[in-house]
Design a protein around this ligand. Structure first.
Ligand code: ZN
Length: 176
């Protein structure tokens, strides 16, 4: 999870299948976003379905994302609870800029751009981070990080070892 992934270069049927499976996994795992390395795939792609501060539900696929964050006076940190499908059940407060702008390509290779606030801003940062090898624990002060991983340890018995990949297998079976 601490390695930068490879750029998506082919937008063929296999890629479309991957994206569809990732969307199914995200919903099955009740996440608001999912990055390819969370299902063991070395490609810069994430999917999301997440509300912003006005409760607009925004859905998308982003390949090879470029994240733009506000700087200077426009940069306001928001401290809100954050979780990760790779640390099921564990949540902790994490400070992040309250606005995000992500550009990249969709699953057909067409340009996309998403601007968001609230949970959406957090999600776009969290998922882009994954693709560059950063997990949100890395962004926490040491004490908070230790607490997060301890919380995850305590709860991990409730989830399959390879969560959320197991969900992917189940969903794939149902769809066929
Ligand atoms: Zn995550």
């Amino acid at each position: 999870m601490h390695r930068e992934l490879s750029d998506v270069t082919s937008f063929d049927d296999d890629h479309e299948t991957l994206v569809r499976d990732m969307v199914a996994t995200m919903y099955a795992a009740k996440g608001v976003g999912l990055a390819a390395n969370q299902v063991g795939v070395d490609l810069k792609v994430f999917v999301f379905d997440c509300p912003d501060d006005n409760e607009n539900q925004v859905t998308g696929v982003v390949c090879n994302p470029v994240l733009l964050l506000p700087e200077g006076r426009d940069r306001n940190l928001e401290d809100e609870d954050e979780g990760c499908l790779s640390l099921p059940g564990a949540f902790t407060s994490c400070a992040r800029p309250d606005q995000s702008h992500v550009t990249g390509l969709d699953h057909h290779g067409e340009p996309v751009s998403f601007i968001g606030d609230g949970l959406l801003a957090r999600c776009l940062q969290h998922e882009t981070d994954h693709l560059f090898g950063t997990v949100f624990g890395d962004r926490l002060p040491e004490r908070a990080r230790k607490k997060l991983y301890r919380q995850h340890q305590e709860l991990s018995a409730n989830y399959p070892d390879d969560w959320p990949v197991t969900i992917l297998a189940d969903e794939a079976l149902i769809q066929r």
